[in-house]
Write a protein that binds this ligand. Structure first.
Ligand SMILES: NC(=O)c1ccc[n+]([C@@H]2O[C@H](COP(=O)([O-])OP(=O)(O)OC[C@H]3O[C@@H](n4cnc5c(N)ncnc54)[C@H](OP(=O)(O)O)[C@@H]3O)[C@@H](O)[C@H]2O)c1
Length: 242
């Protein structure tokens, strides 16, 4: 089976593609510009590159993209410039989540397909978490109103909870919530929690992108890891940051 990675040219997506290939997986990666992937990755025999702007694909192309995939990993994120934050597509993560999961349903896979969404510790799991303080609620309200990418991440999770839910079906999901991202060269020990253990607003922890990629690869490929977190929103911190 193949693992589809969208947002594969991004800082985390590249690392995820590399780790999946290192594990011997076949990877289909959607990129707008193949040149953003390192030469060694592009030349890998187990990598199938699809050059496209994901949301420009029509429904038939979307179905072709997901066909034969055992897992889909989304490392999409808005570019951190004015156009990326306030321009189209305002609902990049939500629309990609919705359209990819809908395409999976349309292909009626024999076994459930795993959808692994890179999200953010600033997005709350209302079903499980203690209420935010008044100050946190004010800041999150401002983020929601002023920063479309934050609202996009919230809506992507809301869609998964509402439209995919927890029942058995053709798609299952996990939303991975890193705290402040940073770059590191190797995978290091990390901690997983059902909910943030520190305030993502006033006391954020740190999560290396390579560790996020490692956990997403585990989810995509390891049955026990998947069963432990299916339908949940694990928060990931580098060890010592929780
Ligand atoms: N920064 C933080 O501290 C932090 C903390 C927690 C969570 N997060 C979340 O982490 C994710 C981002 O991680 P990252 O730093 O690895 O992201 P990144 O390096 O900015 O990569 C984003 C990816 O999304 C793609 N993309 C952007 N706009 C697109 C569009 N219109 N159509 C198709 N693809 C598009 C990019 O493709 P191109 O390369 O072609 O542009 C790239 O592959 C976001 O969801 C963010 O909310 C961030």
């Amino acid at each position: 089976m193949t693992i589809l990675v969208v947002g594969a040219s991004g800082a985390t997506g590249r690392r995820l593609v590399a780790q999946l290939l290192d594990r011997g997986e076949r990877v289909r990666a959607v990129v707008q510009s193949p040149g953003k992937l390192p030469d060694a990755l592009r030349a890998h025999a187990s990598l199938e590159l699809v050059q496209a702007t994901l949301l420009d694909l029509d429904d038939a192309a979307m179905r072709k993209l997901v066909d034969g995939c055992s897992a889909i990993a989304s490392c999409l994120g808005h570019r951190m410039n004015l156009k990326g934050i306030y321009g189209a597509p305002r609902r990049l993560v939500t629309d990609a989540t919705r359209r990819l999961c809908t395409a999976v349903r349309a292909t009626a896979p024999e076994a459930p397909v795993r959808f692994v969404l890179m999200n953010s510790s600033g997005v709350r799991d209302f079903a499980r978490e203690q209420p935010f303080s008044l100050a946190e609620r004010c800041v999150v309200g401002l983020l929601r109103a002023l920063l479309p990418p934050h609202a996009d991440n919230e809506q992507a999770v809301a869609w998964l909870k509402r439209d995919i839910g927890q029942a058995a079906g053709p798609v299952e999901w996990v939303a991975v919530r890193p705290d402040s991202l940073f770059e590191e060269d190797s995978v290091t020990p990390y901690e997983l929690h059902p909910s943030p253990t520190r305030s993502p607003i006033f006391d954020a922890g740190r999560t290396s992108r390579i560790n996020v990629a490692h956990f997403m690869a585990e989810l995509a490929t390891q049955d026990d890891t998947w069963q432990a977190w299916r339908g949940r929103m694990p928060t990931i911190y580098n060890a010592g940051c929780a």
